[in-house]
Structure formats: structure tokens, C-alpha cells
Design a protein around this ligand. Structure first.
Ligand code: PGA
Length: 265
């Protein structure tokens, strides 16, 4: 029998996915404002995901900060002839400790397959990076009543070769595609239902104890005004934030709301 991994309480997680936004100067000032504004004793994992070219700058601005650094993507290969790709080792080398895998913009706009996403996740975890694995259904899939099947299939595929011990380094982000960048935040009841579905898929793949210990966060038009309702849903452990993470006051408000909301749930 493999050793049983030990899991603690679920610590809130907030990620700021800057996507293909900012320039060198604004990345620097956004990082600075977040670093200045974050409470040093905030009981949460706060991670920013700047574009590749600004990782090093943000790492320098945030040296010694409680805010961790993440990348938005990585190569499924370790090194070598992969023009344009960025390896897990390179990310670690510039100070990143997290990476996003399976974001819907990469699934649907870039065309990443389930098997590529699984390979990227394995590469990330095998290289010592922690990963935010995004899953979520499109509007058509939801309207066709297939949302839960889609989420379960995405998890099954991505986690097929991830063993239980590695799951301490995985955060799952439920990101309904129709909510991303649209200004339409999911209803708390819909988010709650999807989070339950995710935990039940994790219980099926692993076991109930692991399922209740993995952090599952919500993403999709998350703004401070919607935070209280979403974060107080049972089983929602924080958020992955796009647009609102580009405004330091909004991002900071979401960071504090996550600790309050999650602690209260
Ligand atoms: P959004 O993006 O907050 O701008 O909707 C969320 C995400 O894509 O992670």
C-alpha cells in the first residue's frame, strides 16, 4: 500500500490570471500595488500569473512577498526542439511555483486536447510546480444538460496519471466557459452544484478523504460585488480571477473576501 498522504484544512486560494494583458511598466506597477496592499498574515495562497515576458520582473518586485508567482502555461516537454515553448524548469528558474493548466482559452481558442492537458499537468507536477487545473463547460454543453458529464470527463482525462500523493499540489478551478470574460458570474447555486460534482469525481478517482481535502475554486467574471455570495457557497475555496485581477484594489478585495467567505462556510 502506498503511504497515505496527509492533508490539512483547505486553505483559501486566489489566483490572478493576467492573461495577455499588461506591458512591462504596468506589470511592474500592478505587482508592486498587490505586494504593497496584501496583508502579510492573510491566511490564503495568493498567486499572480503574469505573461511570460514579465515573470522575471514580477518575481523581482515580489521578492520576499507572501504572494507567489505562477505562469499561465507550460510545455508538455522537458526541453529541446520546441520553438516558442516554455519549460517547467525555465518557469522554476525564474521563480514561478505555480502554473495554470487546461484553461478554457487554451482548450477552446488554441485547441489544446485533453491528452496534451494531461501531459502538461504531469510535467508540471513532476517538475515541482503546483498546478491550477481548469475545467468547465460551454454554454451549449450546459444548455444540453451535459455540464456535469463534461466536467467529469475533463477531470478523468487530466488526472488519469496523477497519483493521490501529487494531488496536494493541485487546485481545481471550476470555470464555466460562458462566465469567463462575459460579466456573467455563475449563480452561487450553479457553482455549488459544479463544485459538488467535482468533489464526487475526485472521490471516484481517489477517495472521499482526498476529495474533501483538494481545493476547488471558482472562476468566471469574479468581481468584488459577487465575491461574498460565491465564496460563502459550501465547498468553494477561493477563485481564479481574470479581468478583476488587473485592478489591484479589486484583486485585493477578492483576496480578503476569500478568507472571510471561506472561513465562514
Ligand atoms: P474573468 O477570467 O475573471 O475575466 O472572467 C477568469 C479566468 O479566465 O480565469
Amino acid at each position: 500500500m502506498p503511504p497515505v498522504p496527509s492533508y490539512g484544512m483547505r486553505r483559501p486560494f486566489i489566483g490572478g490570471n493576467w492573461k495577455m494583458n499588461t506591458d512591462h511598466a504596468s506589470a511592474r506597477s500592478l505587482a508592486h500595488a498587490i505586494d504593497e496592499g496584501i496583508a502579510d498574515d492573510l491566511q490564503a495562497d495568493i498567486v499572480v500569473f503574469p505573461p511570460f515576458p514579465y515573470l522575471l520582473t514580477v518575481a523581482e518586485v515580489m521578492a520576499g512577498s507572501v504572494v507567489a508567482l505562477g505562469a499561465q502555461d507550460l510545455s508538455s516537454e522537458a526541453n529541446g526542439a520546441r520553438t516558442g515553448e516554455v519549460s517547467a524548469e525555465m518557469l522554476r528558474d525564474v521563480g514561478a511555483s505555480w502554473v495554470i493548466v487546461g484553461h478554457s482559452e487554451r482548450r477552446h481558442k488554441v485547441g489544446e486536447s485533453e491528452s496534451l492537458i494531461a501531459d502538461k499537468l504531469s510535467m508540471a507536477l513532476g517538475s515541482g510546480l503546483r498546478a491550477v487545473l481548469c475545467v468547465g463547460e460551454t454554454r451549449e454543453e450546459r444548455d444540453a444538460g451535459k455540464a456535469h458529464d463534461i466536467i467529469a470527463a475533463q477531470l478523468r482525462s487530466a488526472l488519469a496519471s496523477v497519483d493521490a500523493a501529487a494531488m496536494v499540489d493541485v487546485v481545481i478551478a471550476y470555470e464555466p466557459v460562458w462566465a469567463i470574460g462575459t460579466g456573467i458570474t455563475a449563480q452561487p447555486s450553479d457553482a455549488g452544484e459544479a463544485h459538488r460534482e467535482i468533489r464526487s469525481a475526485l472521490a471516484g478517482r481517489y477517495d472521499a478523504r482526498l476529495a474533501s481535502s483538494v481545493r476547488v475554486v471558482y472562476g468566471g467574471s469574479l468581481v468584488p460585488a459577487a465575491a461574498k455570495a460565491i465564496f460563502s457557497v459550501d465547498g468553494v475555496d477561493g477563485g481564479l480571477v481574470g479581468g478583476a485581477s488587473l485592478k489591484a484594489p479589486d484583486f485585493l478585495a477578492l483576496c480578503s473576501a476569500a478568507t472571510v467567505g471561506v472561513a465562514a462556510s
